[in-house]
Every structure is written in structure tokens, then in C-alpha cells.
Design a protein around this ligand. Structure first.
Ligand code: FES
Length: 338
């Protein structure tokens, strides 16, 4: 098989390890609109650089995937246009993708001029490049750049994980319908903040409160109800509205993939895009296991990545379901003990 030649831009991206990408995303967070701050961080958790690197460097990636118990679609190269559908900036994907391609083409051209390359390379950080492209698209679309920074960061990481050739070859399709694409950031933020009405005298209810869990903000029917203090996976089990298994074989009982229901397998991880504060605190077992699975490493009591079988809801929540699961915590850091 022919291997594509690495362009100067790809070489620049390749200089950044997991820490470098993390630092860039952390720097960019203050420039990302509230509607995409959490979503962008969830995306970077769903497509972890450490796992990508481990698979890329493995002599036998399929064997490694078996060892790491990977299930579902864990390769970003299969999801270039779709992986970020839950990010608000996805509606501008066609323009962002095109601008990244034009920026890279120009950048690669300049790098072939020795004096320009020398003058440019040392001072421009990864975060600066991402901001620059977001600003170009913002000017073109007459939008606030904060709506484009998250999706542009996603585009850069997608180039890193898939290669420029595959990125360019992807059609650049926007995969949400017009009705949802027209929603403003404020409409989405207020929908996330809203709780279910418990009816007349609902404030007196204690045990029989019901909450809505949304698992796709771009699909009005992607909701299920659960009782107060039920875990997210428990509520999902009763949702028979679609043939979930046909959509994803991991979805054996409702929209959320589950196996053990006891924090042992890692199948049920989700990103919490809205309402994280309405979930129970991470208990000791969930905290230990989620780190072992490699999904998140934090001591925050209500983080943006949770195990659905452990997180109990005390209000309406909006979640995102990743397309894969596995156990790869030891591969998160390049020098981790294997
Ligand atoms: S279903 Fe196994 S960890 Fe939640």
C-alpha cells in the first residue's frame, strides 16, 4: 500500500504529543462559546490521542484492539464528517473543513520558502493556528469566532488522526436537518437547563419525580424518561422506541450500550453535555474504574464523562453516546507502565 507523504503542516501537527494537544485545548477553552465548551472537551475524550497513538504504533493493531477489549467504531477515519455532530459548530463544518484545507495548502506553500518557514515556525503555537482558521471562517460567515473555535480544534485533530489526504477526501457534509441547524446557541443552552415540570403541586413530590434524558440534541425523539435517582442506564432500558441493536450491536437494551451494570466493563460511558450538576457525585468505584477504562482522569465530583450505570439523575440531562468502548487506561500516557 502507498503511504502518503507527510506535508509540512502534518509534520507540524505531529510535533505535538498528547500533552501538547491537551495544552492547546485548555488554552482555547476561554475562546470557545458556552454552547460548545463542554461539547469540545467531550469530543477530545471520545477520540483520545493516546489510544490513536497506541493503535498507530502497534505492530498488530487488531491484536491490540482485542487486548484492550475495544468494541464499536473507535477509528476517527471512519467518522470524519460525523464524529462531531453533537458540537454546535458542526453546522459550519463544510466551511471549516474547506478553510482548514486552504490554510494548510497556503501554510505548506510558505514552508517550502526557507526564509518564511524560519520566520514562522518558532512563534506560532497550535492554539494560534486553530484560532486563526476560526477567525477566517467567522469573517466569511459573519459569525462570532467563539462559535467556530471548538469545531476548528476538532478539524485539526481530525487531520492529525486521519491524515490530510483522507480529511480532504471526505465530503464535508453537515448531518443535521435545517430545523435543528437554525437553532441559536441560546435556544440550545436554555433547553439544556430546563427541567421537567412535575405538574400541579409537583414541588411536593419526593420519590415519583420523572426526568427526561436527551441523547441527541439534533433529534426531537431521542429522549427517554427515568424516575428520580435512577441511574442513566436503568432509565434507558425501558426505551423500546427503536431497534437499537440494529443501529449498534452494543445497544442490547435501549439507546445506551450496557453489559455489566456494575462499573466493571466500561461499555456504558457517556458524555454529559448538559445537566452534569444534576447527576449524583462520582462514587469511589466509578472514579477508580473510569480511570482504568481510560475515559477520564479527574477528581471532579461531577465530570463531563460518566458511567451511565452509576450516575443517578436528579433532574433532566442531555448526554452524548460514544460509538465505542474499551479498557485502555494504561495507554493514555505514552510512557505509562504496560
Ligand atoms: S454497564 Fe458495565 S460499566 Fe456500566
Amino acid at each position: 500500500m502507498m503511504t502518503a507523504i507527510e506535508t509540512p503542516f502534518e509534520a507540524f501537527l505531529n510535533q505535538h504529543d498528547e500533552e501538547g494537544w491537551l495544552a492547546a485545548v485548555t488554552t482555547l477553552l476561554r475562546s470557545i462559546h458556552e454552547v460548545d465548551k463542554t461539547a469540545t472537551q467531550i469530543w477530545f475524550s471520545f477520540y483520545p490521542f493516546g489510544l490513536f497513538t497506541a493503535l498507530q504504533q502497534a505492530a498488530d493493531p487488531e491484536k491490540l484492539a482485542r487486548e484492550l477489549l475495544l468494541q464499536g467504531d473507535y477509528y476517527l477515519k471512519n467518522q470524519i464528517d460525523s464524529s462531531h455532530k453533537f458540537i454546535y459548530g458542526h453546522r459550519y463544518w463544510a466551511q471549516v473543513k474547506k478553510s482548514v484545507e486552504q490554510y494548510v495548502e497556503k501554510w505548506n506553500g510558505l514552508q517550502s520558502v526557507p526564509n518564511v518557514a524560519q520566520a514562522q515556525a518558532p512563534d506560532t503555537s497550535l492554539a494560534d493556528h486553530i484560532l486563526e482558521v476560526a477567525q477566517i471562517v467567522a469573517r466569511e460567515l459573519k459569525l462570532n469566532p467563539s462559535l467556530l473555535v471548538g469545531i476548528t480544534a476538532v478539524a485539526f485533530m481530525t487531520v492529525r488522526q486521519t491524515g490530510l489526504e483522507a480529511f480532504t477526501a471526505s465530503p464535508g457534509k453537515v448531518l443535521i436537518d435545517d430545523k435543528h441547524a437554525r437553532k441559536s446557541p441560546n435556544q440550545i443552552l436554555s433547553a439544556r437547563a430546563k427541567d421537567d415540570s412535575q405538574g400541579w403541586l409537583g414541588f411536593l413530590k419526593t420519590v415519583d419525580k420523572k426526568w427526561t434524558v436527551n441523547h441527541d440534541e439534533n433529534d426531537d425523539s431521542a429522549n427517554y424518561k427515568l424516575n428520580n435517582a435512577q441511574d442513566l442506564a436503568w432509565g434507558a432500558e425501558a426505551d423500546r422506541s427503536r431497534d437499537w441493536r440494529a443501529m449498534d450491536p452494543r445497544r442490547v437494551e435501549g439507546p445506551i450500550p450496557v453489559e455489566c451494570r456494575s462499573a466493571s466493563c466500561g461499555t456504558c460511558w457517556v458524555g454529559v453535555i448538559g445537566g452534569a450538576e444534576k447527576l449524583s457525585d462520582v462514587a469511589a468505584r466509578e472514579g477508580k474504574q473510569i480511570k482504568k477504562f481510560g475515559y477520564i482522569d479527574t477528581t471532579e465530583p461531577k465530570p463531563l464523562i460518566r458511567l451511565a450505570c452509576q450516575a443517578q439523575a436528579h433532574g433532566a440531562v442531555s448526554i452524548v453516546i460514544p460509538p465505542w468502548n474499551g479498557v485502555f487506561g494504561k495507554y493514555k500516557r505514552p510512557n505509562a507502565d504496560r
